[in-house]
Design a protein. Structure first.
Length: 297
C-alpha cells in the first residue's frame, strides 16, 4: 500500500542531491553526525546557543528520541539520509511518518524542531549550503490551575510523606510567587539573598537565569511561614521529580474531577478525558497564581 509518505519520498529521491561535501567531512550520513553532536552535548563541549550553558538532560533526551525516530523513518523507507540532505521536502515526509505513529501535533513539532536544529548547525559550520526553514503546527493543550479551596484541601491532607509534604510546600511557594521553576529553586536555596525591605514592606527581588528578566514580588505570609518551617532554605528538587510527585500528591488528596480536552493524534482530532491530578505539573503553580490574582481584582 502506497502512503502519502512514500509519494513525497519519490519526489525527494528523484530530484537529485546537493550532497557535494559529503565525502569531505568525517560523517557521510546525517544520523551519524546527529549522534556525534548529542555525545558532545552530554560531554558539555557544545553549549546552548542563547545562554551558552550545558544542555539539560531532558533536552538531550528529546534530541535522542528525535534521532531514534529518524532512524526508524530511514529503515521503513530503506535509505540513509546524507549529511546535507535534510530539506523541507524530506521533513514533510518525516512529519507524515510521525503522524502514522499516532503522535500528537506537539510531539511531532518537537521532534522535527530537533532534527532541524541539527541540520542548521551543519549550515552554520558551512558543511550544508542552506539553512532549513520548515514549520509545523502546534496545538494548544489544556491548562489547569488550582482554586484556593483545592490548595487548602491538599495542604490539610494528613497522609503525605515528609518528602511529599516538602514538595507540596515548594509548589505552594510557586503558587504565591509565580516564579519559573528554575528561579523558584534558586530562590529557595538562599531566600534571604533575594528578600529586601522598603518602607516597612518585604519583597523578593530576583533575576531569572533562563530569561534574564527581573521579578519584584511582594513577600506573602505563607511564603515566609514555609521558609521558616525549613530553617531558612530548601534544597533543590529536579523538575522531573516534582512533576511526578505532584501527581502522586494530588491523586492521594482526590483532586480527581474529570477534565475534558482535545488533541490531534495521528492526524485525527480526539477528545480525551482525564482526572485533574493527571494534568498537574510545576507550571500549574504559575497559572494558579494568575487565577488567584484575578479573583482579588
Amino acid at each position: 500500500m502506497t502512503t502519502q509518505t512514500d509519494n513525497i519520498l519519490d519526489l525527494i529521491l528523484n530530484s537529485g542531491s546537493d550532497n557535494q561535501l559529503a565525502e569531505t567531512v568525517e560523517y557521510v550520513y546525517f544520523v551519524d553526525f546527529a549522534n556525534h553532536f548529542v555525545s558532545k552535548m552530554k560531554a558539555g563541549t557544545v553549549l546552548t546557543p542563547k545562554k551558552h550553558e550545558r544542555f539539560s538532560a531532558s533536552t538531550i533526551r528529546q534530541y535522542e528520541a528525535s534521532i531514534i525516530l529518524l532512524r526508524e523513518f530511514q529503515l521503513k523507507n530503506d535509505f540513509k539520509i546524507g549529511i546535507t540532505e535534510i530539506s523541507p521536502k524530506l521533513l514533510k515526509a518525516f512529519e507524515l511518518f510521525l503522524m502514522e505513529q499516532n503522535l500528537t501535533k506537539n510531539s511531532i513539532s518537537l521532534y522535527i524542531s530537533k532534527v532541524k536544529a541539527i541540520a542548521n548547525i551543519l549550515y552554520d559550520e558551512e558543511i550544508s549550503f542552506r539553512p532549513i526553514k520548515y514549520s509545523t503546527a502546534n496545538e494548544l493543550t489544556t491548562k489547569i490551575y488550582f482554586t484556593l479551596e483545592e490548595l487548602e484541601k491538599i495542604t490539610h491532607y494528613r497522609k503525605l510523606t515528609d518528602g511529599e509534604r516538602k514538595a507540596w510546600d515548594v509548589f505552594l511557594v510557586g503558587c504565591f510567587t509565580a516564579l519559573r521553576f528554575s528561579t523558584l529553586m534558586k530562590f529557595l536555596q538562599s531566600p534571604q539573598s533575594f528578600i529586601h525591605e522598603y518602607n516597612g514592606a518585604s519583597y523578593i527581588d530576583i533575576t531569572s537565569d533562563k530569561t534574564g528578566e527581573q521579578s519584584i514580588i511582594p513577600l506573602s505570609k505563607i511564603v515566609v511561614s514555609i521558609i521558616n518551617k525549613y530553617n531558612g532554605k530548601i534544597d533543590a528538587f529536579s523538575e522531573v521529580y516534582m512533576n511526578k510527585v505532584l501527581k502522586t500528591i494530588c491523586k492521594k488528596a482526590k483532586i480527581d474531577n474529570t477534565i475534558s480536552s482535545r488533541r490531534t493524534a495521528g492526524g485525527k482530532m480526539q477528545e480525551v478525558l482525564k482526572e485533574k491530578w493527571e494534568l498537574v505539573s510545576t507550571h500549574t503553580a504559575r497559572r494558579t497564581f494568575i487565577s488567584l490574582a484575578k479573583q482579588t481584582n
